[in-house]
Design a protein around this ligand. Structure first.
Ligand code: NAP
Length: 473
């Protein structure tokens, strides 16, 4: 596919192969953008911010709703692209395509609710003859950088609010999964978005990133990805807004009176969705010692029942990891934990990009898989005796995106909700639940700022005050 630069679909002599991680087959190629392309994109976006700002709310809504309708009409096509270029099974990919329709629809709805307020200037002496208000105005140029694991919906989470807010956008999708983003870009243009308001540049973040991120014409960098790249971007960004949606190693606490069957069922799905390549995937489960064996047995039984392999097969539960290098890293982390004393209760091995869904016990605190984000299909089980101790252990990680607790006792539920340090706490559900309109974002190493359409829209607009001096009032 071509990339969209300054209103034109363009090719480049240097290209990047987009391959299916299941069988390494070539799906397509995309241009590898150069530094000259970055400069062209920045200049075009800076000029296009006027076009974007002047689009009426009616037009922004109409374009967003039409784009949502195009995705809805072609859900199967979008799902197939997501499944082929990424790690998701076709069942998982369909869910993402349908969520994208919702994300774009909410973006249109929220554009209509972008209200200001009147300001009581007479609330301090000297302001008696002043009247005024603030409205929310576009910030100008938004740079959106997205990861591979939700290659369509996480793009919509940036483009939807940016366009709803009247901004020009440069999108830099993940290099391994650019096709979903390019198809969505096509849909926006088909829906009537002026071609220079959105540009989608394909190319390596490590090569193009600094020039994009540090440019003063960009007023906000909205980044979703890993902690390492996120930290790097914050050092380069300079004077501009940044939104950081980073990773996690989400904890779950299972109290002794919980519905153990449900907890095991939903946490297995939460751990292995998208082969664990999920920022809110379950990674660490703390289980009250009285119910530990029962939970472990149910969890292992369900894990062993998983079918892994061909993503396009409707009966496959879990697909491959995004690259063989990533699968090798997860295998290395499992082996390191085992060398340090962990035991494997299920899975533990790898073939090519396929890592078996893996359950570990007795994982020591020194093992990387205990304290780092694994971003793969493995989960650690730990027994506990005391609730406060379990909450403290859950909070001991440097991340805090989602956390979850299972209990029937309402006071225990409240202690979990108040004690777990995360952007969201799920009660009687796994960490792997998100509504696209809710505030979403983490604490500590999981990020800064909030997404979720209304919250992104606020980040991508700013209040502008209009104050009238009326001496004859
Ligand atoms: P990644 O390696 O950090 O890459 C994310 C994006 O950043 C890609 O487009 C990448 O481009 C780009 N990038 C890399 N280095 C850059 C630099 N120096 N300057 C500018 N851009 C740069 O992450 P990933 O492997 O794609 O995704 C996995 C991570 O994302 C996990 O940590 C996961 O938890 C996190 N995530 C967070 C959320 C959330 O909402 N909190 C959601 C999903 C995923 P290239 O592809 O060209 O390298």
């Amino acid at each position: 596919m071509q990339m969209l630069l300054a209103g034109e679909w363009v090719d480049r002599a240097e290209t990047i192969d987009v391959r299916d991680p299941f069988d390494d087959s070539l799906i397509d190629t995309v241009p590898s953008a150069s530094h000259d392309d970055v400069e062209t994109a920045l200049a075009a976006a800076f000029a296009a911010r006027e076009t974007a700002r002047k689009m009426t709310t009616y037009d922004r809504c109409r374009i967003l709703l039409r784009t949502a309708a195009i995705v809805a009409e072609r859900v199967e096509e979008f799902a197939t692209i997501i499944a082929r270029e990424g790690s998701k099974t076709i069942i998982e990919a369909r869910k993402e395509a349908n969520r994208t329709v919702n994300t774009l629809t909410i973006s249109a709805e929220e554009a209509k609710r972008l209200n200001g307020e009147t300001i009581p200037f007479d609330s301090f002496p000297g302001g008696e003859q002043r009247r005024g208000h603030f409205e929310r105005v576009p910030i100008g140029v938004v740079l959106a950088i997205t990861p591979f694991n939700d290659p369509l919906n996480l793009v919509a989470h940036k483009l939807g609010p940016a366009i709803a807010g009247g901004n020009a956008v440069i999108l830099k999708p993940a290099t391994v999964t650019p096709l979903s983003a390019l198809r969505l870009t096509e849909a926006f243009l088909e829906a009537g978005l002026p071609g220079d308001v959105l540009q989608t540049l394909t190319g390596h973040g490590a090569v193009l990133g600094d020039a994009l991120v540090s440019d003063e014409r960009v007023r906000m960098v909205s980044f979703t990805g890993g902690l390492e790249a996120g930290k790097h971007i914050t050092t380069k960004a300079g004077l501009k807004k940044i939104g950081m949606e980073l990773g996690s190693n989400s904890p779950v606490v299972v109290w002794k009176d919980a519905d153990i069957e449900w907890a095991a069922e939903t946490c297995v799905s939460g751990a292995f969705w998208a082969a664990g390549q999920n920022c809110i995937g379950v990674q660490r489960i703390f289980i009250h010692r009285e119910v530990y064996d029962r939970f472990r047995d149910l969890f292992v039984e369900r894990t062993n029942a998983y079918t892994i392999g061909d993503k396009m097969d409707e009966t496959t539960d879990m697909g491959p990891m995004i690259t063989e290098a990533e699968a090798e890293r997860v295998e290395r982390w499992i082996n390191e934990a085992v060398d340090k004393g962990a035991t494997v209760a299920a899975g533990g091995s790898r073939t090519g990009t396929l890592v078996q869904p893996t359950v570990l016990e007795n994982v020591p605190a020194e093992a990387t898989i205990h304290y780092e984000e694994v971003f793969g299909p493995t989960v650690n089980l730990y027994p506990f005796d005391d609730l406060d101790d379990a909450i403290a252990r859950a909070n001991s990680a440097d991340y805090g995106l989602h956390a979850a607790g299972f209990a029937r006792d309402v006071e225990v539920c409240f202690r979990l909700a108040e004690g777990l340090d995360a952007g969201s706490v799920l009660i009687n559900d796994s960490t792997d639940y998100r509504l696209d309109s809710m505030p979403f974002g983490g604490v500590k190493g999981s990020g800064l700022g909030k997404e979720g359409v209304r919250f992104s829209l606020h980040e991508m607009t700013e209040p502008k005050v209009v104050c009238w001096y009326l001496p004859n009032l």
